[in-house]
Design a protein around this ligand. Sequence first.
Ligand code: PLP
Length: 285
Amino acid sequence: RIVYVNGEYLPEEEATVSIFDRAFLMGDGVYEVTSVLGGKLIDFDGHAKRLARSLSELDMAEPCTMDELLQIHRELVARNEITDGLVYLQVSRGSAGDRDFVFPDPEVVKPTLVLFTQNKPGLDKDPKALKGTKIITVPDIRWHRRDIKTVQLLYPSMAKMMAKKAGCDDAWLVEDGFITEGSSNNAYIVKGNKIITRELSNDILHGITRAAVLRFAAEAQYEVEERNFTPEEATQADEAFTTSASAFVMPVVEIDGVTLGDGTPGSVSLRLREIYLDEMKKAAV
Ligand code: PLP
């Protein structure tokens, strides 16, 4: 696999980053994951804009222009012959050659930019989408700037491990009695014609897939309600699903051991998945 590090395309074995890099020592970095379908990038623009916002919220410099980023994405997809898969991008505050809590001077220390691809043939045909996923709820003990897409993913990893140990696929996080979001996705419930998902704030990541799906849902005449909901309300819903750039719209069929509906993916979830994939493939770059 060819990867990108700070201006260079290299075989992955030859790519290196300093042990003093602040992403490594401090979790001082942000990332984006963009999916590739049919060799093209899905919603690149959305990811580029959110990256710029994450960097700005952390007073980090942009490593290059967004046009250059698009070119790097395309070059990696081409060099690695990716038809379906993902492009992972990470920007960290770089390496000051020592360990220090204080941010280094951005005039002196340049950000580290790393990108790599993950080949995932048939990414949009995951059989899980037809079977549905099982969710457990766990406490949300993350920091309070979840709107910034940082590489601090230890707790989401722990939440996924808790789900796995419970024989489930993923975890939804609960704070003050309400679901915030999934460990690596946004969370939704469906009641009749109504799609309910938590409103945007610093409590959740502003999902790029969320924005597109809510737009398509409104266009398809579903009612969209952006509000808090509890795990109890979720277990009584007709359907539930999650959204993320890598899994698109993923139906949920069980929450905390309670089966939703007849235990198969709901029609609204499946329809939104289909619309999302159709429309986003058409708009892919
Ligand atoms: N929420 C969290 C915590 C995430 O990690 C992610 C994706 O990684 C999402 C939501 C979904 O965001 P997106 O649709 O932009 O992938």
